[in-house]
Design a protein around this ligand. Sequence first.
Ligand code: SAH
Ligand code: SF4
Length: 343
Amino acid sequence: MDNLYYALEMTLNDWQILFAEWGEQKFRASQVCEWIYSKKEFSFHAMTNLSKALREKLNDNVIMSLPVMIRQQVSKDGTKKYLWNLNDGAKIESVLLNHGGHKTACISSQAGCPLKCAFCETGANGFTRNLTRGEILGQFLMMEKINGADINNVVFMGMGEPLLNEDNVFSAIRSLNAKNMRNLGARHITISTSGIAPGIEDLADFEIPIRLSLSLHAPNDELRSKLMPVNRQYPLQKLIASLKRYRERTGERITIEYALIDKVNDSPECAYETAALLDGLEPYINIIPFNPIPSKPDFKRSSQGRIKAFCAVLSEMKIEFELRKERGTDIMAACGQLAGSQR
Ligand code: SAH
Ligand code: SF4
């Protein structure tokens, strides 16, 4: 009996190898990928430019495994949150943001997260496993299919740390970007990391110039290690060195994420320290409102006054920043609120 294959786990090259084995022409690989990635046609029977025999052979040998939607929630601001069931019963979430017709998919790279940042609900709920490339792509394709519309941007800002699942994340990105697959521009793909320095180095050498976002949240090792235990492994000096290398190699500006938590990391001193730390990096800072999470009732969103004072220092220090609006908090779809459960 032939081996079974999983459609979304296959790269374009894998399809070409399979079709060569089957005595089919090479361009058939691109045709199948176009059906799946562009037209969102997930039934081999409906791939009408292939022979009936080939469609049947595909149907018998290749499994079209997709995340199964358990629930869709729609926020009052139009943000949608999806809860998916995976083959082994693992549950993950993705978010679809809508900005004036422009759609951004926020997708997960892991079921849970092992890094346990003090302010993050995903971290508080533990770690199950890495997602496969097909499970990463499946979230995106299913959201396009369900919404009947193209998604313009992908951000790896859902559950998990993408640079701890580098091979699968990079493989998924190659397929999103490939001309014969989803053909999504590199500038429309962003990885957000908590600061896995070796992963940032790999990203500096990655052949597709995607964007990088760093979750900083604290400007010194003492505070950052308390908030983000991963900082003990990759302290700021090491992290900044890898960011500088990324900046030099790619010429890309890095986005820094900084969530202001009341009286924890939002003092003017913290703002001055942040400016000094990032000196020479020409970053773009996103100041995110802290989103309250059930597992950390002590952490509150900073007051308007403290947010203003923090931002005033950044302006004074000539650091470019944007104060982000909260999105999807009413359905727990905002940054750090994804738990993969049916709350
Ligand atoms: N693990 C990666 C990708 C997840 S992105 C990372 O941490 O970067 C999720 C983003 O939301 C990160 O910038 C994270 O720091 C931020 N975040 C987590 N919990 C948050 C909270 N409660 N409020 C606001 N932002 C939060
Ligand atoms: Fe993991 Fe990112 Fe949450 Fe930290 S903020 S626990 S790295 S998902």
